[in-house]
Design a protein around this ligand. Structure first.
Ligand code: ACM
Ligand code: ZN
Length: 529
């Protein structure tokens, strides 16, 4: 096409103007993790100054005072604490505005739009959780390695998570985790936009929840012999309620796990009648799978399970209660007159069906309290599983596929991708048991929470994923190095759209993110340690 020279100049000017108007380029040097769904950068910055004020929409009712939370975060990050002012809805300058728009349904329950303009910053969301996540993004921008103190790059970000269930399991049973440590992790989860904390609270090596009806659980079951030392600990109900509240204020649901029928030795050490043979057993001092599982032949066992669940559901408002269900040997049941009698009465042909009976009965009890049962994928193997049960797939992704195809909701936790007690490279593997597979950062980044073989309808049943931090080989002081940086890759897989993810780019952003982690005192894994 021939274009007269004068017109060409006009056309070029128009194109240039358009570029200037749009003017956005993408830069990875803001180094956000997880990377937002959409992000457009302009030239220039908004400078947060001692005069800058925070204004919050009065309709933004939240479990935490968002303005105070943001002011405190900026004070810690920048040494500048903005004032908090009443907002009447009008235009404000030199301001950070937290605004709810009930019409912005497209942002979903957790999405937000963050606009940094010359005159100030606006975080807009449909729900308060979205404001909270917009604040996390602003915190990361404020801590950006390449911004001067308080100079926030002019940017428009529209962002929402890919999956609603973005979880971390902490195992307090094998090694006791201090309450402060759990709360520190709640803050680190929030910073990385994770929203489910699964607390593994009972196992063969320790019982960690105060249960008023059964005081021996913590008098006996919370302690084990380690050489000549007594090792252990537990949380009072008041402490657990404080943890739940701390998490709620950071938009995190705490899901408690009470293991049954296996991993029950600490409970049985406290109340031997829970076992088929009613024999005395010590709280375990070794790691592994043990034969002393709850006896489902005795009615008194169900009275115990329900009594404990009565108190657990009182402490934890979570709509979901995890009952374990994994790794339960059935040898004792084969020889137990109570179990065999129950099987005869019910017409069960195998001990699998007896376990199915226990799970189904407990699921019914939980649903009478308006709660749903979650169990490890073994609960699919024993029959009788109500459709409302949620399946957590850990033996790879086979359980996720089967569960979704059978109509269950699913949480993906395949051991070969998201078990962060496993070593992250060959060097770490030397100090770990042989059966633990090397799970590198790059492998975690490739994790697909939704199995590709599912139909579109089945895929909707995959709510998301949880990474696990089993603590047999990682007491509290080793947990940072196990989780970081792998949890950064994990959260990006769950939050960011697949077309925004790029392994090379992620590694670049992670370099800047390490600076933020250092400021927060996170002892992330570095080559050679
Ligand atoms: C599991 O790792 N046994 C759930
Ligand atoms: Zn029995």
């Amino acid at each position: 096409m021939w274009i007269p020279k004068a017109n060409l100049i006009i056309l070029c000017a128009a194109v240039i103007t358009q570029i200037c108007e749009i003017g956005y380029t993408e830069k990875t040097d803001m180094a956000l993790i997880p990377i937002p769904a959409r992000m457009e950068l302009k030239d220039g910055v908004f400078q947060i100054k001692p005069t800058t004020a925070i204004y919050q929409d009065p309709i933004a009712v939240s479990p935490i005072d968002l303005s105070a939370y943001l002011a405190d975060a900026l004070r810690r990050e920048l040494g500048i604490e903005p004032a908090i002012r009443e907002w009447s809805g009008g235009a404000v300058q030199d301001a950070i505005v937290l605004k709810l728009d009930p019409a912005k349904t497209g942002l979903g329950d957790e999405g937000y739009r963050l606009t940094v303009a010359e005159g100030g910053i606006e975080i807009l969301a449909h729900k308060t959780a979205g404001l909270f996540y917009g604040i996390q993004t602003l915190r990361q921008l404020a801590a950006g390695a390449e911004t001067e103190k308080g100079a926030i790059p002019r940017v428009t970000i529209e962002d929402a998570p890919l999956y609603p269930w973005r979880g971390l399991l902490l195992d307090s049973a094998r090694h006791f985790l201090e309450k402060d440590f759990i709360e520190r992790y709640i803050d680190l989860m929030a910073y990385h936009k994770l929203n489910r904390l699964h607390l593994h609270l009972t196992d063969d090596q320790g019982w960690r929840i105060e249960i008023k009806k059964y005081p021996k659980l913590t008098e006996i079951g919370a302690w084990r012999n380690e050489g000549s030392q007594r090792y252990g600990g537990f949380y009072t109900q008041a402490e657990l309620k404080e943890i739940v509240d701390y998490a709620r204020k950071r938009f995190i649901t705490v899901v408690p796990e009470f293991e049954m029928p296996g991993h029950a030795t600490a409970a049985a050490a406290s109340y031997p009648d829970l076992l088929c043979r009613s024999e005395a057993v010590p709280v375990q001092t070794e790691w592994g799978i043990f034969p002393d599982v709850f006896c489902p032949g005795k009615e008194s066992t169900f009275e115990f399970l329900e009594g404990v669940l009565d108190e657990i559901t009182e402490i934890f408002p979570s709509p979901f209660i995890h009952i374990g269900g994994d790794e339960a040997p059935r040898d004792r049941w084969k020889e137990c007159p109570h179990c065999q009698q129950r099987m005869k009465e019910k017409g069960f042909k195998s001990e699998d069906e007896l376990q199915g009976y226990l799970i189904e009965r407990v699921a019914r009890f939980l649903s009478s309290k308006d709660r749903r049962l979650i169990g490890w994928d073994e609960i699919l193997d024993v029959g009788g599983l109500p459709k409302t049960a949620v399946v957590q797939s850990w033996r790879g992704m086979a359980g996720a596929v089967r569960a979704a195809q059978l109509g269950h909701d699913v949480i993906s936790s395949p051991n070969d991708f998201v078990y962060f007690d496993y070593p992250q490279n060959g060097q770490q593997a030397q100090a770990k048991p042989d059966w633990m597979m090397v799970t590198s950062l790059e492998k975690v980044y490739q994790f697909q929470p939704t199995p590709p073989e599912l139909s579109a309808g089945e895929a909707k049943r995959v709510w998301g994923a949880e990474c696990t931090m089993w603590s047999e080989h990682a007491p509290q002081e080793k947990i940072d190095t196990q989780l970081f940086p792998r949890i950064c890759a994990f959260t990006e897989v769950l939050w960011s759209p697949p077309d925004r993810r790029n392994w090379e780019d992620f590694q670049q952003r992670l370099k800047a993110h390490y600076g933020r982690l250092e400021k927060m005192g996170v002892n992330y894994y570095r080559e050679g340690n």
